[in-house]
Design a protein around this ligand. Structure first.
Ligand code: IFM
Length: 514
């Protein structure tokens, strides 16, 4: 039995484990001993084996934590579970596991004919998603590295809502609901986070764990190993509206009004309130701006009026306004409860309307290409011309200084293209086509969140060849290790992106607003 405590929250986790040597020979086991070797606890069993004969050794492990039971009972609960596990036997457990997986596969399998590699890869990605969430736990969510590595310390990002949630919405809505309830259960921390920045309402943290507080480390290392300040926790605001987007996607697909009225609406109102306090009024131009941010493209920091951030902030407030009047008209009890709880008045919501109508967006050029943020078109322009031989991923053009990425037009990942995908109904085909062509040549895909989005938008604009390449880049991200860091954990967002590329992209499924 091994027991550990986590450093910060003092959770206790107990692991009860044993080995069993199977077979009818009673004297097969000679001796066994347990020892602690450094930070490893090891059980050794010595057996009296005969040459040429095969033996089966089973290892049973039961885990219990102080999240499930009181601290004092963790050991007993792990021991009891282990005893019942041994009693039922491995075959029984194995059968249960197969039955459960069969059930999950029966609603989530995707068959691709004529492309064995894509078929295997899509199943690998689905398997990671099937095995990484707990639909019965509303206090946790899916970390960026799933359960497969210690990268990002298990933290939850926007990856979860924008990339993975669609898979759960359509294959396991209970899991999707629990993941969104995790955001509801951390709403107080998001309120606190907004207050700490001098704002109102609720601002979700860029990196979140069990408490819902901002967990982004302030310092990291750049690609040369030099210390570098990490700004995402301070100024990558868009996650707040991404969560509202995910809530409304979930409700649209499931019709779960109970969730909307009891949880989703409160989040939508509090986040609308946040944006109304976060925008800055520019009197001279009579417009609202959102300055000093990082958009989805994290190569550019401290930028003003990122189209994605501003658009999603406006979208968040517009949904808040709509929801307020819908609940007022149709659900008077909820209206009374929510307006009292949040002290939310019609006047405040009218204020959101005024702001939403004057949110500023940098200009679109004559070809309808959006300037990703103010001043982007004046940066030193580079385009990608080379791809590496091993993974077919973009190579930085010659002359680029990687510590000065703020100075160039090269971007890390889908940003405008992301917006054109998630709010596709709001943009013309010509806008999508021209922006895809412009930004595709300037995107380094240094985040695994990027290829799937280019795959889907590529299909929309008719670039099928590129889309297939992007599909394989996202589907193979961990199988080929094409980001070079799978040892830190798998790329969960890319698993969800792969699913979306298959279903909403190549599968052609779309849901309109009717
Ligand atoms: O959320 C992402 C971000 O968009 C790019 N860097 C990695 C994060 C976690 O996957």
């Amino acid at each position: 039995y091994l027991e550990v405590n986590t450093k910060e929250n003092r959770y206790t986790a107990g692991f009860a484990s044993t080995l069993r040597v199977c077979g009818s020979d009673k004297n097969i086991e000679l001796r066994r001993k347990a020892s602690a070797l450094g930070d490893k606890v090891v059980q050794t069993v010595e057996i009296n084996g005969k040459q040429g004969k095969a033996y089966t050794i089973e290892k049973y492990v039961a885990v219990s934590t102080s999240r499930d039971t009181s601290k004092d009972s963790v050991q007993k609960s792990a021991d009891d579970e282990l005893a019942s596990f041994i009693n039922r036997g491995m075959d029984d457990e194995f059968k249960n596991s197969i039955d459960n997986l069969d059930k999950m596969w029966s609603v989530s399998n995707i068959c691709i004919s004529g492309d064995e590699k894509a078929q295997k890869a899509i199943r690998f990605n689905i398997y990671l998603m099937l095995s990484s969430v707990n639909p019965d736990d509303e206090k946790v969510s899916l970390g960026a590295k799933g359960l497969h590595g210690e990268g990002y310390n298990g933290h939850v990002f926007w990856d979860n809502e924008i990339f993975n949630l669609p898979f759960y919405i359509y294959s396991n809505p209970k899991a999707a609901r629990s993941m969104l309830l995790y955001r509801y259960n951390t709403l107080d921390a998001a309120r606190e986070n907004a207050r700490a920045g001098g704002y109102r309402g609720a601002r979700y943290p860029w990196e979140s764990a069990d408490t819902g507080r901002e967990e982004t480390p302030r310092w990291g290392l750049d690609y040369k190993g030099n210390p570098v300040r990490i700004w995402t926790g301070d100024i990558e605001y868009h996650i707040t509206s991404d969560i509202v987007y995910a809530i409304l996607q979930y409700v649209r697909a499931t019709g779960d009004m109970d969730f909307l009225l009891n949880y989703g609406a409160e989040i939508t109102f509090e986040t609308s309130r946040f944006w109304a306090s976060r925008v800055e009024y520019n009197r001279e131009s009579d417009r609202y701006e959102i300055n000093d941010v990082i958009g989805p493209d994290e190569f550019h920091e401290h930028i003003n009026n990122n189209v994605f951030t501003n658009y999603m902030a406006r979208w968040n407030m517009q949904r808040g306004i709509e929801l307020f009047s819908m609940i007022k008209d149709l659900y008077p009890e909820h209206y009374g409860r929510l307006s009292k709880k949040l002290n939310l008045t019609r006047d405040e919501v009218e204020g959101w309307k005024g702001i939403a109508s004057k949110i500023f967006f940098p200009h679109q050029n004559d070809d309808l290409v959006f300037e990703q943020f103010e001043g982007y078109f004046n940066l030193k322009d580079y385009v990608v011309t080379e791809y590496d031989d091993v993974n077919n991923m973009p190579v930085f053009p010659r002359g680029i200084d990687r510590v000065k990425l703020n100075d160039y037009t090269l971007i890390k990942q889908a940003d405008i293209v992301m917006l054109l995908y998630i709010l596709g109904e709001e943009f013309s085909l010509k806008t999508k086509k021209n922006n895809f062509e412009y930004y595709e040549r300037r995107t380094m895909h240094k985040s695994s969140l990027s290829p799937s989005i280019y795959c889907i938008l590529g299909l929309v604009v008719g670039n099928y060849k590129k889309s297939y390449e992007y599909l394989m880049r996202t589907a193979m991200v961990d199988l080929d290790d094409n980001q070079g860091n799978t040892s830190r954990g798998v790329h969960m967002a890319s698993t969800g992106g792969t699913w979306q590329a298959a279903v909403f992209g190549f599968g052609g499924v779309s849901i309109n607003s009717e």
